[in-house]
Design a protein around this ligand. Structure first.
Ligand code: PAF
Length: 291
């Protein structure tokens, strides 16, 4: 597996792959790789001639300096896992390499209304930071397909809008959430949970799962309230937001018959660790992102 640190070397590598006609699958990550990431990587390796993974903790998508500093960094182990999975190249630049002109480039991306709710509301600037790094990486790596986990449900919608507004042609492959055996969605942030927090964190998914049953004979508002009340009653847990939304527009719904694709998206603080998850209340037979 090739480890690439510079823009120049990444460009050279990409040109070589293009010359031999290899289509590239790309998995963007911030490292601290867990089984959730590895399932994306394995799928990319299966579906593409060449797989490139980026490992870069993107400073400009953190709206909280402490969260950025505390974000786990495990580069050596990450590289071992990626090599064992059959990845062809890992791109792991420094922030100085990727953003040489930091501060000068204030381009605002057109991300649409899906970017202004939920994470967009609670983490101002977050999606602009995600958009900027992905715009750079997509142009540099020029993948045919890019793989994203559905845990970051909103991020996938934002990335689709980024591609449209920037005229980039990349097929987005959305992969199901990977969970621990007790239901907790796998996240690099889980390593920061204390034993007590880790013991209660699965309640997030268990509550969401229960709420799907509850929703069958309760209103949207009652379903919302039962989730928030249940989780807020657990010591050390605080719901930042829980929104039941149309999965295409990410705008809140009032009635269950407003859409055939409805998702509940949640962010919960477990102590000072911010965890996100989501669950489907309605799913169309075939998900069509062109809708
Ligand atoms: O989902 C993530 O890990 C990040 O937001 C991404 C897509 C790698 C961009 O930094």
């Amino acid at each position: 597996m090739k480890i690439i640190r510079t823009l120049y070397d990444m460009t050279q590598y990409r040109v070589q792959q293009r010359d031999r006609g290899a289509s590239v699958g790309f998995v963007p990550t911030m490292g601290a790789l867990h089984e959730g990431h590895m399932s994306l990587v394995e799928q990319a390796v299966r579906e593409n001639a060449v797989t490139v993974v980026s490992v870069f903790v993107n400073p400009i998508q953190f709206n909280n300096k402490e969260d950025y500093e505390k974000y786990p960094r495990t580069e050596e182990e990450d590289f071992k896992k990626l090599a064992a999975a059959g990845v062809d190249a890992v791109f792991a630049p420094t922030a100085e390499e990727l953003y040489p002109e930091e501060g000068n480039n204030c381009k605002e991306y057109e991300l649409g209304e899906v970017a202004s709710v939920m994470e967009g509301k609670y983490r101002p600037g977050h999606f602009q930071g995600v958009a900027k790094v992905l715009d750079l990486l997509f142009r540099l790596i020029d993948p045919r397909r890019a793989y994203f986990g559905e845990k970051d449900f909103q991020q996938i919608a934002v990335v689709r809008n980024l591609l449209k507004s920037e005229g980039l042609h990349v097929e987005i492959v959305a992969c199901p959430i990977k969970r621990a055996s007790d239901g907790l969605a796998l996240s690099s942030r889980n390593t920061r949970l204390t034993k007590e927090q880790r013991d209660v964190a699965p309640e997030i998914y268990q509550t969401l799962k229960y709420s799907v049953e509850y929703s069958k004979d309760h209103s949207v508002q009652a379903t919302h309230d039962t989730v928030v009340e249940h989780l807020d009653a657990i010591p050390g847990m605080k719901v930042e937001y829980f929104e039941i939304v149309d999965a295409r527009t990410l705008q809140p719904i009032d009635e269950w018959d407003e859409s055939n694709w409805i998702v509940g998206c949640i962010t919960v603080y477990c102590g000072d660790v911010r965890l996100i998850d989501n669950i489907a209340y309605r799913l169309p037979n075939k998900v069509d992102h062109a809708d």
